[in-house]
Design a protein around this ligand. Structure first.
Ligand code: FAD
Length: 448
């Protein structure tokens, strides 16, 4: 009987343990992707939908080339899975694990229901280097601080070596029914910003592998030195690849470790932050909506100023580095990490707008928006998160610009209006708003 491989955040053939298990079982193998409309599943943002469309098209082509096929369905996974199993008379279903709260609940229920009816089901570790339940402090709690967390990870057995991509994937003799990808309308019908996304990105596993190879050959050796300069483009830009699983962290890890010419430890520790964010989400599923530090519930957010929010979203704050970052985001679906920190800090601490509104905007516009890293980092900036920057440390966006973009290269690229004779004026006074933020924070300190 056929085996079904349920693809989710792992749109790749290489290093895919679920696919490997299906091949080892023997018999035909069929891929399935479900556009989930299940309770508790957060709808994808616009940039994510754009990426998903292209990455699914690539995956479907790759399965086809090897003899198999990708079945597309939309709806509640708990209903779709048993229906597809019945239609295909599949004997087994394999998938790689996901770690969000709602997703885990759905997967557990589907596993139980399929097993009940006699279908073989197995799930695998593929999207994280270390399973969240294996990294615990001496007193058996999750880590709340990054450095000891990452040290503990390194004391665990090293991440397994990646699996090769299968050359042949035997499919079924008849082609199973599938939705038409175009009919899902994942891409905006009136392209606007999506043209910019297509200019900057080629989703799919082959482009992901090429980018990893290029990064290791060209940029890893200067990563330590230049990673904080937004104009240098020296970081890997692998975040959307990892988000969609076009690459596994194991592939990235092993390739970086094997690169003997450069010290990869700083780069590997960034993968560690990704792990830390996901482990934090695993233990705290409401990370995108609830303060990880409960005392921040007392923070006296004023009613959000919608004009300020929209000026921030559109890069019209009159603060050069903030505007440049927000333009980069809008046009490319990406923003350099240093600038993400500065734009987020400006929203939360100079405009006094709740971090959750910033998280939502990034969710909608980032091609790498992921449930853990986005919420985790917003809380990190806001001071309410795990191992967060202390609230009273407020980035000064002008100092940040002098330090990290001293020749205004990044500003020239994304916000040249700030280099004109009459540059835009700042929306708010940086010093005065900083004092207001610190006063508001006093309320949190008293609540502690
Ligand atoms: P590199 O410097 O090359 O790092 C390699 C990989 O490590 C990245 O691809 C990423 O997977 C991981 N990584 C690096 N830094 C972090 C970090 N701070 N947290 C978690 N993982 C990290 N990253 C996302 O993947 N998705 C998000 O939705 C996201 N939202 C963010 C929101 C804010 C407010 C901030 C400050 C950061 C956010 N980040 C997010 C983290 C970080 O900015 C990006 O991962 C990074 O900029 C991606 O670029 P890169 O691939 O070139 O990174």
């Amino acid at each position: 009987s056929p085996s079904l491989v349920w693809f989710r955040d792992d749109l790749r053939l290489a290093d895919n343990p679920a696919l490997q298990a299906a091949l080892e079982r023997g018999g035909p193998v069929v891929g399935l992707y479900v556009l989930e409309e299940s309770p508790g599943i957060r709808p994808l943002g616009g940039a994510a939908r754009w990426w998903l469309h292209a990455s699914l098209a690539s995956l479907a082509g790759r399965l086809r080339e090897r003899g198999s096929t990708l079945v597309l369905r939309r709806g509640e996974a708990a209903a779709v899975l048993p229906a597809v199993v019945a239609e295909l008379e599949a004997g087994a279903v394999f998938w790689n694990r996901r770690y969000g709260g709602a997703e885990r609940g759905i997967d557990a229920a589907i596993k139980a229901a399929l097993r009940e009816q006699g279908t073989e089901v197995a799930s695998f570790s593929a999207s994280l280097l270390f399973e969240p339940w294996t990294v615990r402090t001496g007193s058996d709690t999750p880590y709340a601080v990054f450095t000891p967390f990452w040290r503990a990870c390194q004391n665990l057995p090293a991440p397994r070596a990646p699996l090769p991509a299968p050359v042949v994937i035997p499919g079924m003799r008849t082609t199973p029914r599938s939705d038409d990808l175009e009919a899902w309308e994942l891409r905006p019908t009136h392209p606007d910003w999506a043209d910019g996304l297509a200019e900057h990105w080629t989703p799919g596993e082959p482009a992901a592998a090429a980018r990893l190879a290029d990064f290791l050959a060209d940029d890893l050796s200067r990563y330590d030195r230049a990673r904080d300069e937004p104009a240098a483009e020296s970081t890997s830009r692998l975040s959307p690849r990892l988000r969609w699983g076009e690459l596994s962290p194991h592939q990235v890890w092993h390739a970086a470790v094997q690169q003997r010419e450069a010290d990869a430890s700083r780069f590997l520790s960034e993968l560690g932050w990704r792990e830390f964010a996901w482990h934090t989400l695993f233990h705290f599923p409401d990370l995108a909506t609830r303060n990880w530090r409960a005392e921040f519930d007392a923070f006296p957010w004023p009613p959000p100023n919608r004009d300020h929010l929209s000026a921030w979203q559109r890069g019209r704050t009159g603060v050069a580095l903030v505007d440049a970052g927000m333009h980069e985001l809008w046009r490319t679906g990406f923003m350099h990490n240093r600038v993400r920190m500065v734009t987020a800090s400006f929203l939360v601490k100079n405009l006094l707008i709740d971090w959750r509104l910033g998280e939502e905007w990034f969710w909608d516009t980032l091609v790498d928006a992921d449930a853990a890293s986005n919420a985790f980092n917003w809380q990190w900036v806001a001071g309410s998160g795990a191992d967060a920057a202390p609230y009273f440390r407020i980035f000064n966006p002008e100092r940040q610009r002098e330090k990290f973009d001293p020749n205004s290269e990044y500003i020239r690229r994304w916000a040249p209006e700030h280099l004109a004779a009459d540059p835009p004026a700042p929306l708010v006074d940086l010093a005065a708003t900083r004092r207001q933020a610190l006063d508001a924070y006093d309320v949190v300190k008293r609540a502690r």
